[in-house]
Design a protein around this ligand. Structure first.
Ligand code: AMP
Ligand code: ZN
Length: 483
């Protein structure tokens, strides 16, 4: 694989422009996305970054090779909202001594994380490569991976953090270019801050790295007393632990630009002495429901689980792939209005695509190049879907001679995009191994053995097609499933 951009262009919030994406190491493309805080069911707005960055993960794997992409999405399992939920749900057991607060917290976070995993799997999302939990990265680790306490110590040691009133605070004034991502300068932040509340801070924009816990609150031992981390430091620790001090892509929803991502950048850059934390910062737009901001008080707040399993939205349940398509019909940076009409539109489109894709016995190995090109233009999913609709038309008009190539291409693209079309499952690694073995045999002019490998695959329903790479002229073998 070459180290060029592979044609991928991504909009970078840091520069406010669409740029060629050139990975630092094309053999290990590294992406971090802020994951859920696990105290309650994930809502349909939370599903947006999960689905959007799943598409990017799939595209990166296609462009750079499946084993050449590391996608880290954390689980935030330390947060005051989680403590409150544990006290609400297990207050009795805690009071009677049947459960400790920590045990109650673990019950809340495990149950919520399990539900989240089921929800996003139903939405067709692949598991990230690693899914670290914040609580496992608070204290120095036996494996030597980055942790929050050590990071905070480095920030203090380098003069970027100070202790005041039982807190460790990041000193924003110590970083001359603080605010690059959100394009806020320190004066603007000071003007808006509530000075009286923050009397112990040197600057109103200074933020918490560590705070003390009362005996009833969860806490870890630290050089600054028993306490717990601020929100932002966890992502600086977990990204460094798995992706290093500088990596390729960092993502999340638009609301995270400030303060969360700005502060992650400040912590990571100042702790490591680097000029960037991640090269590309990507943010998905917000989701509204039926034209209004989603909120519990307006009664238009829907969890993914409710949409999938109950009749609360439009009086019926919605399949995961319909929710997925509806989410991707709008470009990821635009605001999206989630409505019954939109879901119905997605359902109709999906029905047409599936009907046409069913004309092919199974997916092939070659993704339509137009689909890759559309996605490579800052994830222009809508343009990719236009291609699918065109393929569906061609597949349905098929005259019955030869292969219905459009149907195969459509099925391949739908599978790639994470839509469940009940395709025949093939172990791709086994096929790839057999293809490589056959190419070696051909190179050695061992035709009989090479044919045997080909026929064995065919007996399993996998048909090989030989061709030439138009650029290198090398022999390439693709495959598809035969009935
Ligand atoms: P949270 O658990 O609130 O930190 O959110 C988890 C992820 O969901 C973050 O990337 C948020 O930016 C994103 N998110 C939260 N609400 C919405 C929404 N209404 N629309 C789109 N993304 C959202
Ligand atoms: Zn984060």
């Amino acid at each position: 694989m070459s180290d060029a951009s592979q044609g991928l262009r991504l909009y970078n919030t840091l520069t406010r422009t669409k740029e060629d994406f050139v990975p630092i190491d094309p053999r290990n493309v590294r992406m971090y996305v802020c994951g859920p805080t696990v105290y309650d069911f994930a809502h349909i707005g939370n599903a947006r970054p999960v689905i959007v960055f799943d598409v990017l993960f799939r595209l990166l794997r296609h462009l750079h090779g499946e084993t050449h992409v590391t996608y880290v999405r954390n689980i935030t399992d330390v947060d005051d909202k989680i403590n409150a939920r544990a006290l609400r749900d297990f207050g009795g057991e805690i009071a009677s001594g049947a459960l400790s607060l920590n045990e109650a917290i673990r019950r809340v976070t495990e149950k919520t994380a399990d539900q989240f995993h089921r929800d996003v799997a139903t939405l067709g999302c692949l598991e990230p490569t690693v899914e670290p939990r914040a609580t496992e990265f608070v204290e120095p680790r036996a494996d030597g991976k980055a942790d929050m306490i050590t990071l905070i110590q480095s920030l203090i040691g380098r003069g970027h953090a100070y202790v005041a009133a039982g807190e460790v605070l990041f000193d924003t004034a110590s970083m001359p270019d603080y605010g690059q991502l959100s394009k806020r300068n320190l004066d603007e932040q000071q003007a808006g801050a509530r000075i009286a509340v923050d009397a112990h801070k040197k600057n109103p924009g200074d933020f918490v790295l560590w705070k003390l816990s009362s005996p009833e609150e969860p806490g870890w031992r630290s050089p600054w007393g028993r306490g717990r981390p601020g929100w932002h430091i966890e992502c600086s620790a977990m990204s460094a632990a798995y992706l290093g001090e500088v990596f390729d892509i960092h993502g999340g929803g638009l609301d995270l630009i400030f303060p969360h991502h700005e502060n992650e950048i400040a912590q990571s850059r100042c702790a490591h002495g680097t000029s960037v934390m991640a090269n590309v910062w990507m943010h998905n737009g917000f989701l509204q429901v039926e034209g209004q901001k989603m909120s519990k008080s307006l009664g238009n707040f829907y969890s993914i689980h409710e949409l999938l399993e109950t009749d609360t939205f439009g009086g019926r349940k919605w399949p995961g792939d319909v929710l997925r398509l509806a989410m991707l019909m709008t470009h990821y940076r635009e605001p999206i209005d989630f409505s019954v009409r939109k879901l119905e539109e997605a359902e109709n489109t999906l029905r047409k695509w599936k009907r046409a894709a069913d004309l092919a016995p199974a997916a092939g190995s070659q993704l339509p190049v137009e689909v890759v090109e559309a996605l490579s233009d800052d994830l222009a999913t809508y343009a990719a879907f236009q291609q699918l609709t065109q393929l569906a038309g061609e597949a349905s008009d098929f005259d019955g001679n030869g292969d219905n190539a459009a149907a195969v291409a459509l099925k391949t693209a739908l599978t790639f995009l994470g839509f469940d079309i009940g395709a025949t499952k093939v172990d791709e690694t086994v096929v790839a191994k057999a293809i490589a073995e056959r190419l070696t045999l051909i190179a050695a002019k061992n035709w009989a053995e090479a044919d045997r490998v080909r026929d064995e695959l065919l007996a399993q329903g996998v048909q090989l097609k030989d061709g030439k790479d138009p650029v290198t002229g090398e022999r390439v073998t693709t495959w598809e499933i035969k009935r």
